[in-house]
Design a protein around this ligand. Sequence first.
Ligand SMILES: NC(=O)c1ccc[n+]([C@@H]2O[C@H](COP(=O)([O-])OP(=O)(O)OC[C@H]3O[C@@H](n4cnc5c(N)ncnc54)[C@H](O)[C@@H]3O)[C@@H](O)[C@H]2O)c1
Length: 274
Amino acid sequence: MNVKFDFSGDIAVIIGAATGIGRGTAIEFAKAGATIIICDYNEKDGAQTAELAKEAGAPKTAFYPINTTDAESVAKARDAIIKDFGRIDCMFINAGVSAANDQLGPPLCGIALDDFKRVFEVNFFGTLRCLQAFEPVFMKQKAGKIVVTASISAHMLNPTMPQYSASKRAIINLVQATSKELGAFNVNINILNPGFVYTPMYQKGGMAFKDKFPDRFAAENDPESIMKKLASQSVFKRPQTPQDMANAVMWLCSDGSKEITGQELNVDSGIIRR
Ligand SMILES: NC(=O)c1ccc[n+]([C@@H]2O[C@H](COP(=O)([O-])OP(=O)(O)OC[C@H]3O[C@@H](n4cnc5c(N)ncnc54)[C@H](O)[C@@H]3O)[C@@H](O)[C@H]2O)c1
């Protein structure tokens, strides 16, 4: 049986939707009839995602620039969204960055503190800024669903990108801590941990794995093959797609998950358990 979501009449806000998982999720929400609001600092690709969502069936779409490293831009977008749309039913906080290509470990002592700061600034503090800005909206509404992207990296022994893994683990703790206070306002907040999804994040960073571990990736000559090799360690030995992530996000935003809050959903072909 195929699951068919129906979000008609709902307003979905996706932060970090110019490309990759966020874009894919915007398109799937659009197919399910939601009004789609895209927020990102990449204005060109963000506006294109809004167009694609419109083509996919969203009754209405909009783009608001947000840089999650800047609290003022997040607050400005929030105020504009509420002025224009009045409420938010589903929010997907997904903006994130990876380690810089020349800042892979091990060893830990070879990674610049500045790269830890850069990654935390977007992944952890960016998520925090979004939660702090939008929390009052959800508290006032006394309704709504929030999903935040962390990563399987938060749980794996990953000496290659400790700055990334630690930032994602911090997100999980933050979301779980927040779930109790939001629960008092009838708001669910959960975490999506993607496994391996071929997106611009890998397109930009994949070859750095080969530079760092030439023997391990001797047969792989492009970033997608490198990601597939990493994903081959999973139970189903395959990578995931943005649609796989969208399905999980939409379920977490649906009535089907109304008793679920403060939880992590690993969409990873079982790699965490291996
Ligand atoms: N691709 C994977 O396999 C994978 C695995 C685990 C977790 N993730 C996480 O999934 C999320 C989406 O990543 P993706 O793989 O789709 O890569 P991506 O680079 O395509 O998407 C990241 C999005 O966040 C936006 N963004 C980054 N910094 C921002 C900022 N300061 N302000 C506003 N927008 C910002 C980018 O413009 C982009 O639209 C990230 O949080 C990433 O860490 C991805």
